[in-house]
Design a protein around this ligand. Structure first.
Ligand code: OGA
Ligand code: MN
Length: 209
């Protein structure tokens, strides 16, 4: 597939069915080989190109925003529409937004996303991406861009249950895997990585706040 053909990107209704069903029944979805492979490959090239533009990410919004290397260590760069691969990714996520709204009536209003680069030794402590009623982030997404991830590289995404301290999932950041979960429901963390780790993190937002 030519990733420049954003107008004709195939929408994957079967994947959208699977994702919607998983979100409705368990609250999260883990999809291997989620995007067209050529797009994943183009995004891998892109994240390496923009890695030097990545800035240390902070924690909290507005005046509560702080840089805290003990909580998270990733460098981030928001996606732009001046690059074809980034535009194609955003176009695919837009199709997913519409597909999920048709199936689940979530009222997803828009999508924001950034590349994230974790250096060896980095991670992101257990956190929630949104607090019920205080943020418009409804669904979190992470798409992984690491073609040869090995078990000894660690750096898994750990998804915890909403109550108690139950570990639900341990997900290696393998190339092509997409994880989607309810932002206000699942605490999660990035285990300390032993290898440079690339991804695109994003959020579907509702209207308001
Ligand atoms: C985040 C996050 C998870 C991951 O950026 O908020 O939780 O696996 N990322 O990169
Ligand atoms: Mn998060």
């Amino acid at each position: 597939m030519d990733i420049t053909e954003t107008e004709t990107l195939p929408t994957d209704e079967a994947s959208f069915d699977l994702i919607a069903n998983a979100l409705e029944t368990v609250g999260y979805a883990i999809i291997a080989d989620c995007l067209p492979i050529a797009l994943g490959v183009a995004l891998c090239g892109r994240v390496i190109m923009v890695a030097s533009e990545c800035k240390r990410a902070g924690v909290g919004r507005g005046k509560d925003h702080v840089l805290d290397g003990l909580i998270r260590t990733d460098g981030i760069r928001w996606l732009h529409t001046d690059d074809l691969a980034e535009t194609a990714y955003l176009a695919w996520m837009e199709q997913l937004r519409l597909g999920l709204n048709r199936r689940l009536f979530l009222g997803l209003f828009d999508y924001e996303s950034h590349f994230a680069v974790y250096e060896t030794g980095g991670g992101y402590r257990k956190h929630l991406d949104a607090f019920q009623g205080t943020s418009n982030r409804l669904l979190s997404t992470v798409f992984y861009l690491n073609p040869h991830w090995l078990p000894e590289h660690c750096g898994e995404l750990l998804i915890h249950g909403p109550v108690g301290d139950i570990l639900l999932e341990t997900i290696p950041p393998d190339f092509g895997t997409m994880v989607i979960f309810q932002s206000a429901v699942f605490p999660h963390e990035v285990a300390i990585t032993q290898h440079k780790r690339y991804s695109i993190a994003g959020w579907f937002r509702g209207r308001g706040v």
